[in-house]
Design a protein around this ligand. Structure first.
Ligand code: PGA
Length: 260
């Protein structure tokens, strides 16, 4: 993990006004931590502005959890890339397995969203990863390769630099129906997939892009297991769901990764 590690919180549809305030009352990264790690908080759309205000001048980025497939117009309930960017977000999670599973998002739709995010100045956090059945069938590499090819279609080499890839095996996500036991991947097997993602990026782009590509791991990351992941050569940070909702556990994760 030679790059500045990314520590990304995906709050999903959790926390409301008061608990967002409480979170920032307890989550207090040190100046050294802010310098050594890139922290990104992804709240629900309605709290983007509040989270920005609570962060104040500190170098903590804010991200959305999704964007609309459409640029603008009569799409009741949707939030566009431009709206998210002008609300103060710099990143956006795209293609999360919950979007794929519950909202039937396809790789083609995810590709469209990735390109819209780039067009409107957002950095996509592109989620990929196999489900339990695909893992059992030995298809992990095939699945991530297909997802990368399709989700990155028509993304040029100067644009891929703005994209973070999050490898999140669906069966390892704490709340996934695929994960009744709540287990994480092992750092060793996640490392193998991260290394493979780099080879796919090399084939799609070039050696330099493959080496510098940020690839984070997500799936049941906790203060107890985070170091195992971030110690790995090809794991550049983590995307945390359940353990990011609670300021104390998110702070512990940060303390484990950067102890300054
Ligand atoms: P988890 O979620 O840390 O609760 O497994 C990760 C994610 O879904 O992004």
């Amino acid at each position: 993990m030679p790059k500045k590690p990314y520590i990304i919180a995906n709050w999903k549809m959790n926390l409301e006004g008061r608990s967002v305030e409480r979170f920032f009352g307890h989550f207090q990264p040190t100046a050294g931590q802010l310098e050594s790690a890139q922290i990104v908080i992804c709240p629900s759309f309605v709290f983007i502005d509040k989270v920005k205000r609570l962060i104040g001048g500190r170098p903590i980025a804010v991200g959305g959890q999704d964007i609309s497939l459409h640029i603008r117009g009569a799409f009741t309930g949707e939030v566009s890339a431009e709206q998210l960017q002008t609300a103060g977000a710099s990143q956006v999670i795209i293609g999360h397995s919950e979007r794929r599973y519950y909202f039937h998002e396809t790789d083609e739709m995810i590709n469209q969203k990735v390109r819209l995010a780039l067009q409107f100045g957002l950095s996509p956090i592109l989620c990929i990863g196999e489900n339990a059945q695909e893992k059992e069938d030995g298809l992990t590499k095939k699945v991530v390769e297909r997802q990368l090819h399709q989700c990155l279609a028509e993304v040029r080499s100067h644009e891929i630099r703005r994209i973070l890839i999050a490898y999140e095996p669906v069966w390892a996500i704490s709340t996934s129906p695929d994960n009744p036991g709540g287990v994480a991947d092992t750092p060793e097997s996640a490392q193998v997939v991260h290394r493979y993602v780099r080879t796919v990026i090399r084939d799609l782009y070039d050696e330099h892009t493959a080496v510098t590509q940020v690839i984070v791991y997500g799936g049941s990351v906790s203060p107890d297991n985070v170091n195992g992941f971030t110690r790995m050569d090809d794991i550049d940070g983590i995307l945390v769901g359940g353990a990011s909702k609670d300021a104390a556990s998110f702070q512990k994760i940060l303390n484990q990764v950067v102890n300054t």
